[in-house]
Design a protein around this ligand. Structure first.
Ligand SMILES: O=C(O)CCC(=O)C(=O)O
Ligand SMILES: [Fe+2]
Length: 360
């Protein structure tokens, strides 16, 4: 099977055709400057108008793509560059050094190079850390087990600045994610802060550093297999190499998201799909690798508190539009997914459609 181990080989129908991927035209590119007071001289009226236009754009992007890119987002270029530099230094360490902060079945935070998506191994290595340290999660995925676990971050000795840069970055991305959450709430016709209460001091958001080394067989393996993100929102920074493919809703084609320096790619996760009762659907995506250049990306996974019960929002359901999902506990869902990513299982991993109601 060539130079890649069989564990990485995708079923033929899920492989990428790296040479014939279409670059996505039309993924909305949204200017967030109305949030960051870039219109100092504006009257209150103008500012309300700019915010309303922004909310409408976000709503359309969520409905039509489940994906959009943002610029003028308020995260400084200096901070972005410091994080990128620290990430490269970390992955440049020897395997032995990286394994000193290796994650395991008990502590899922840290370094890891054998992640599986839908039971096929990904061509990547990752480093994960939570935004809140410690972060509370259920200790087991069994529904009857009420015990909680504290996740703690593991920091390597090198590069020495990593921890500080990561904490500064986590806080900047947390602010941006709350702003995006408020815009999404407004776009659903809800009060701006309607969803904030699901993310109190104990939200379970985490940041991942992804490193995709060059792959000798990019038509067989994927950097990340096709999937939807399980949480609320993902806010992703990618370098200039490209490789993130989104399944376009209108025709089901895989299209490549064009790297735009300094911007973020935002995608709707499964929780927004459930909250919005399918008005906004999470988009399927994957990462294609290439044989020439390594690639780095940094997703921020914005997730609610472990005790949140996820279900269609009451304001968005009624007799004509009944709730399409039964409620589920986020902590248990997250824990179940984490276990299935950790090792190859025979069963399919947990998905929101397992909670779909059968409506007649
Ligand atoms: O690297 C990327 O562009 C996307 C990674 C991703 O989808 C994920 O980690 O969930
Ligand atoms: Fe993803």
């Amino acid at each position: 099977m060539g130079e890649v181990d069989v564990a990485f080989v995708q079923a033929p129908e899920h492989r990428s055709k790296p040479d014939s991927i279409i670059e996505a035209g039309g993924i909305p590119l949204i200017d967030l400057s109305p949030l960051n007071n870039c219109y100092h001289e504006d009257s209150a009226n103008d500012s309300a108008r700019h915010t309303a236009a922004l909310v409408a754009k976000i709503g359309n992007a969520c409905k039509e793509w489940g994906f959009f890119q943002v610029f003028n987002h308020g995260v400084s270029a200096d901070l972005q560059q410091r994080v990128e530099a620290a990430v490269k230094k970390f992955f440049d360490l020897s395997s032995e050094e990286k394994r000193k902060v290796k994650r395991d079945e008990v502590n899922p935070m840290g370094y890891y190079d054998t992640e599986h998506t839908k039971n096929v191994r990904d061509w990547k290595e990752v480093f994960d850390f939570t935004v809140k340290n410690p972060t509370l999660l259920p200790a087991s995925h069994h529904p009857e087990d009420q015990e909680l676990q504290e996740l703690r971050n593991q920091w390597p000795d090198f590069p020495p600045e990593l921890r500080e840069v990561c904490e500064e970055y986590a806080s900047a991305l947390e602010n941006l994610s709350f702003e995006l959450l408020e815009l999404i709430a407004l776009s659903l016709g809800l009060p701006g802060k309607r969803l904030n209460g699901y993310f109190n001091d104990d939200h379970t958001s985490f940041i991942r550093f992804n490193h995709y080394p060059p792959c000798p067989e990019p038509h067989l393996a994927l950097g990340v297999g096709r999937h939807k993100d399980a949480g609320t929102l993902t806010v992703l920074a990618q370098d200039d190499v490209g490789g993130l493919d989104v399944k376009r809703k209108i025709d089901g084609e895989w299209v490549r998201v064009k790297p735009i320096p300094g911007s973020y790619i935002v995608n709707v996760g499964d929780i927004i799909q459930v909250w919005s009762n399918d008005k906004y659907e999470s988009a399927e995506h994957r990462v294609t690798v290439n044989s020439q250049r390594e690639r780095f990306s940094i997703p921020f996974f914005f997730n609610p508190s472990h005790h949140v019960m996820v279900k269609p929002l009451e304001e968005l359901v009624d007799y004509q539009n009944p709730a399409k999902y039964k409620e589920y506990n986020w902590g248990k869902f997250f824990k179940t997914r984490k276990i299935s990513n950790f090792k190859k299982l025979d069963a399919e991993n947990i998905q929101i459609y397992h909670f779909k109601r059968s409506l007649v």
